[in-house]
Design a protein around this ligand. Structure first.
Ligand SMILES: [Zn+2]
Length: 214
């Protein structure tokens, strides 16, 4: 697994700064060590999901707000929400920092076969077949959560979409997913950053990992 080392500012992260960790949780390549909870959570997902090649975990404000509810749910209120139809798992069993591999395994099991995990009282996690798709999920998840929180703030009645419209929109959006590499590439080059530099945009904190063979 390749993962961002601890104590490295996100703006400093480049592909060459990622460290490689083996199945015994030892750093076998690169400088520094991953943060313990990042190591446990990410490895927990990879153990359960051999199809997943990239995991991202953040504490973004709007998505994290939904994890603080007794019954967290991303409502199908907006076009951006439809990207996540039937792709989200919810965990409400927060019990402290995820600094054990048992907790990582538990979270991996809670994700199941979905692409997004709402981690109760904590944050969110996306898991996908590539970095660009995991990033795309994370970006639009925060946008969808933001719209939901803003819609609630109006204190007006919400208009959830009909099931047939949701299913059609979901299908239409996922037909565009092959273009997610363009989304990530565009972020990479924002405002003259070096080509290999990743920029955080709306992400407040983020741990990214990819499988070593990816
Ligand atoms: Zn976290």
């Amino acid at each position: 697994m390749l993962i961002i080392p601890f104590h490295l500012h996100w703006s400093e992260v480049t592909p060459s700064k990622l460290v490689e960790v083996n199945n015994k949780h030892e750093v076998v390549q690169g400088e520094g060590k991953p943060e313990t909870t990042a190591l446990c959570i990410h490895q927990g997902v990879y153990r359960k999901r051999p199809d997943v090649k990239s995991v991202m975990h953040t504490h973004m404000p709007y998505a994290s707000t939904l994890t603080c509810l007794q019954q967290p749910e991303l409502l199908m209120l907006h076009q951006n929400s439809c990207r996540f139809y039937e792709r989200i798992a919810y965990d409400t069993e927060y019990s402290g920092l995820g600094e054990s591999f048992e907790e990582g395994n538990r979270l991996g099991a809670a994700l199941g076969q979905k692409n997004v995990l709402f981690m109760g009282n904590h944050g969110v996690l996306t898991a996908a077949e590539s970095v660009d798709v995991a990033f795309d999920y994370m970006y639009y998840l925060e946008r969808a959560a933001m719209i939901q929180v803003l819609a609630w703030s109006t204190q007006q009645n919400l208009k959830e979409m009909d099931k047939n419209v949701i299913e059609l929109t979901t299908k239409q959006i996922h037909e565009f997913l092959p273009h997610t590499n363009l989304h990530l590439a565009d972020v990479d080059c924002t405002k003259g950053c070096p080509n290999e530099m990743l920029t955080p945009t709306t992400l407040s904190t983020l741990f990214l990992s990819v499988t070593a063979e990816n």
